[in-house]
Design a protein around this ligand. Structure first.
Ligand code: ATP
Length: 242
C-alpha cells in the first residue's frame, strides 16, 4: 500500500482548520493573500464551498476567488455552458464575505491552462500571495499540466486531502512535494509563491458528477448544493435526460 511521504504526513496531521498562528485568530502578516479554487463547477456544490470557506477562514484570506474554466484541458467539455456555470457560482457566493468569482478563464480563448491564469493574476495583483487550492486527486497528476514546472513559481499550493487518495510517493510530483511541503502557514504570507501545504479539512463526499446523475434520474439533489443553485438548474432545465 502506498504511504504518504513523511513531510506530507506531518503536514496533514498538523494542518486542520483548528490550527491557527495566534491561538485563536487565523494566520496574519502584511502581504495580502488571495486563495483560488479553479474547476468546472458543473455545478458548484457544498464540497467546493465548504473547503473554500474553511481555507478562507483559517488563512484569513483577503479574497477567495472561484475560477471557473472555459475549456478544461484534461477532461470532456462541461454540460452546462460557461454562462450557466458562472451564474450558478454567482448565486452560490452571493452575500458570502470575501468570496468572488473570477471570470478570466471564461473570457480567454483556447484551453484553460492554469499557468496562464496564474501568470495573468500575477500581472494584475503584483506581489500578493497567491494560493491555489487543489484536490489531492488533481495534485497527484500535476506533472501532466501544461508548463507545470512554472506553477510553483507563480503560486503556493494548498492540497486538499480527498477520500481514498494518498499523496504521491514516487516521481516528479512526489519530489516537488518533498522539496516544498511546509506545515507552517506563516510561509504562505512571508513568501508569495512556491510552498505546498497538505490540507485536511471537512471531507464531504460530494461530486458534480453525482449531482448531474441525481438530477438526470429525476431525484432530489437538496443538501448537496445551495438551494439558489438548485432553483437555477430547474429553471434552465439543466442536466435532465432529453
Ligand atoms: P466532476 O464530478 O464533474 O468531476 P467535481 O465535483 O470534482 O466535478 P470540479 O469542478 O471538477 O468538481 O472540482 C474543482 C476542484 O474542487 C478540484 O480541485 C477538485 O479536486 C475539488 N473538489 C471537487 N469536489 C470536492 C469535494 N467534495 N471536496 C473538496 N474538494 C472538491
Amino acid at each position: 500500500m502506498l504511504t504518504a511521504p513523511r513531510e506530507a504526513q506531518a503536514a496533514a496531521r498538523t494542518l486542520t482548520p483548528s490550527v491557527h498562528e495566534d491561538g485563536g485568530g487565523a494566520c496574519r502578516s502584511n502581504r495580502a493573500l488571495i486563495a483560488l479554487l479553479g474547476g468546472t463547477f458543473d455545478p458548484v456544490h457544498f464540497g467546493h464551498l465548504r473547503t473554500a470557506l474553511e481555507v478562507h477562514d483559517a488563512l484569513a484570506c483577503d479574497e477567495l476567488r472561484l475560477v471557473p474554466c472555459s475549456r478544461p484541458p484534461h477532461r470532456e467539455m462541461p454540460v452546462a455552458s460557461a454562462r450557466q456555470r458562472l451564474e450558478m457560482l454567482r448565486l452560490a457566493v452571493a452575500g458570502v464575505p470575501g468570496f468572488t468569482v473570477d471570470e478570466r478563464e471564461i473570457r480567454r480563448d483556447g484551453p484553460s491552462y492554469m499557468v496562464d491564469t496564474l501568470a495573468s493574476l500575477r500581472t494584475d495583483c503584483g506581489d500578493v500571495s497567491l494560493c491555489l487550492i487543489i484536490g489531492m486527486d488533481a495534485f497527484v497528476s500535476l506533472d501532466t499540466w501544461h508548463e507545470w514546472r512554472r506553477l510553483p513559481e507563480l503560486a503556493h499550493f494548498l492540497v486538499v486531502e480527498r477520500p481514498g487518495v494518498v499523496p504521491p510517493e514516487k516521481g516528479a510530483v512526489a519530489t516537488l512535494l518533498a522539496e516544498r511541503c511546509t506545515n507552517d502557514l506563516k510561509n504562505l504570507r512571508s513568501e508569495s509563491a512556491g510552498r505546498i501545504v497538505i490540507w485536511s479539512g471537512t471531507q464531504l463526499e460530494i461530486s458534480a458528477t453525482a449531482i448531474r446523475s441525481i438530477v438526470a434520474d429525476g431525484r432530489n439533489p437538496s443538501f448537496l448544493l445551495p438551494n439558489e443553485v438548485i432553483r437555477f438548474i430547474n429553471k434552465e432545465g439543466l442536466y435532465i435526460k432529453r
